[in-house]
Design a protein around this ligand. Structure first.
Ligand code: LMR
Length: 290
């Protein structure tokens, strides 16, 4: 993909505005969004990096800005700076909200994260309506539909420019499949439990040695990858470092990216997963409630 001449990237970690939780939220920002900020700063396609949170972002921005790569870094803190942080952005990445604790499903985060995502997307529609929007906030199966509904209402929706980030599932499927990075395993569907569908039968290079039992075990491990990390971190967060309908309106598939978003969706045949459908409808209903 050829990059635009000027790229603004907004990393948005937007937590609750409740003062009581401000400290722990900000501490979490430091631990789980910083690796992403670091990766974006190292990307030669990024010319300007904008970090946003309710507090402490200028300090993190100062730290990241010392990395010797071309991107200019700015930190914005507080809701009053959100517009400025977003203005002119070509790409917006949203890892906002709270992570899971052991025993929780991604859907258990809906009540907290749905509202956060909705208000961020309202600001995106106002300040950078043409940006490519990458949604990481869980439950991704519902937050992407929320974003789409907000953009539709604002008249800014472009299906080629809204993405649910599920690369984590592809990375896991590859690692568990052969423990080597040059294997390609498509992962389609959604990003929760059985909606994560690794297609080991389409892996390249192909391994003819895997039994049905082994494929089943690899599929389960990929679907449970996030839970494995949540449990290993024992309440201290979820994955930060290893960072997917034909009949359904949102379905993770392989896409060819271009300057204006998804140039081509590489089709994978008709599939329907009721779990993914329910999560999509939940997001749409939430977004249209008020
Ligand atoms: C993941 O897959 O690691 C993320 O979606 C975080 C989580 O809660 O599992």
């Amino acid at each position: 993909m050829q990059g635009p001449s000027k790229t603004f990237v907004n990393l948005i970690a937007y937590h609750t505005t409740r003062t009581r939780r401000l400290h722990s939220q900000s501490a979490r920002w430091r631990s789980w969004v910083q690796p992403l900020a670091l990766l974006m700063k190292l990307d030669p396609l990024v010319s300007s990096l904008s970090l946003y949170d309710i507090a402490n972002t200028p300090g993190v921005a100062a730290d990241v800005s010392h990395i010797n790569s071309p991107a200019q870094v700015e930190g914005y803190a507080g809701e009053e700076q959100l517009g400025k942080a977003l203005e002119g952005s070509d790409v917006v990445i949203i890892p906002a909200g709270v992570p899971r604790k052991p025993g929780m499903t991604r859907d258990d985060l809906f009540n907290i994260n749905a509202g956060i995502v909705k208000s961020l997307c309202t600001a995106i529609a106002n300040y950078c309506p043409h940006a490519l929007v990458n949604m990481i906030s869980n439950p991704v199966n519902s937050t992407v539909p929320i974003a789409a509904e907000v953009f539709k209402k604002a008249g800014t929706y472009d299906e080629k420019k809204l993405f649910g980030v599920t690369t984590l599932d592809v990375v896991r499927a590859k690692t568990f499949y052969a423990a080597k990075a040059n294997v390609n395993v498509p992962v389609i569907g959604g990003h929760a439990g059985v909606t994560i569908l690794p297609l080991f039968s389409q892996a390249t290079p192909k391994s003819n040695n895997l039994s049905d039992e082994e494929i089943k075990a690899l599929t389960k491990r990929t679907q449970d990858g996030g839970t494995e990390v949540v449990e290993a971190k024992a309440g201290k967060g979820s994955a930060t470092l290893s960072m997917a309908v034909t009949e359904l309106p949102f379905f993770a598939s392989k896409v060819r990216l271009g300057k204006n978003g998804a140039d081509e969706v590489l089709g994978l045949g008709p599939l329907l997963k009721p779990e993914l459908k329910a999560s999509i409808e939940k997001g749409i209903q939430f977004a249209n409630r008020s």
